[in-house]
Design a protein around this ligand. Structure first.
Ligand code: SF4
Length: 242
């Protein structure tokens, strides 16, 4: 999976943003994360090499907007051009994660219909309050491929009202960084249990920096957070889905 960072910078909008890694990294470099600017990679999907071929090959997946939010207000003036590139590259899959699904209807291109085939949108929910606000909007939104991301997982969440064949998967992870809030393994297992009941793929991506298991708090270094989650062996991929 390659990445396409169209614009950089964001604004904190909910509890999951408290220790945003974009702010943490920018702070180290003396950069103000609340100033949103287009990046030099803005036109990456349509760049060509000397022989006239697209640099991004057909069949590639582009992970989009990883130091911002695709639906951020500050990017409204640039999004039309972004959609145009996404449409031009219908041979490439675009994947973006948002905490602003409530802005989707204001941000869609006129020919969106029930969604572009090559756009996969992930809605992030970090606690029950945000799940109950964002997911009713998300499950009713015209999107061809939808996933839920619970990261950083901040508490036990009941996703069951929102799970079904319309959700392509649930990904769960803890919080990274010095000030990380602990992720309780019981919350992770509870989400897995719900996914199994509703036959929805489940992925435990990473433990986060503080991981609570059977009453014991573990501090997990960044380089081991993904590996430790994998070792838990709790992925769930249903054999068949409608
Ligand atoms: S929406 Fe994402 S990128 Fe923006 S502040 Fe929150 S965590 Fe950071």
């Amino acid at each position: 999976m390659a990445s396409w960072n169209l614009w950089h910078g964001c604004h904190k909008i909910s509890a999951g943003c408290a220790h945003c890694y974009v702010y943490r990294i920018d702070e180290r470099h003396g950069r103000d994360s609340s100033v949103v600017a287009k990046t030099g990679d803005f036109n990456l999907p349509i760049r060509k090499n000397r022989t006239g071929e697209y640099k991004i090959k057909p069949g590639e997946t582009l992970y989009t907007c990883f130091t911002s939010d695709f639906l951020l207000e500050d990017a409204d003036e640039w999004r039309e051009e972004a959609w145009s590139m996404i449409k031009t590259r219908s041979d490439v899959a675009f994947f973006f994660i948002t905490k602003r699904i409530d802005r989707l209807s204001l941000c869609l291109p006129p020919d969106w219909g029930d969604g572009y085939d090559n756009v996969h949108i992930c809605c992030t929910v970090e606690n029950q309050d945000r799940a109950d606000y964002r997911l009713p909007i998300f499950i009713n939104a015209p999107i061809k491929k939808k996933s839920i991301i619970c990261e950083p997982l901040l508490e036990k969440i009941d996703l069951s009202p929102y799970l079904g064949p319309w959700i392509d998967g649930v990904t769960v992870g803890g919080e990274s960084g010095e000030d990380a809030r602990a992720c309780d393994y019981d919350w992770v297992l509870e989400l897995r249990r719900q996914c199994v009941i509703f036959n929805v793929p489940f992925h435990f991506k990473q433990t986060g920096a503080k991981f609570l298991k059977e009453g014991k708090l573990y501090r997990v270094k960044r380089q081991f957070q993904f590996q430790q989650a994998r070792r838990a062996g709790i992925e769930f991929y249903p054999k068949s889905r409608p």
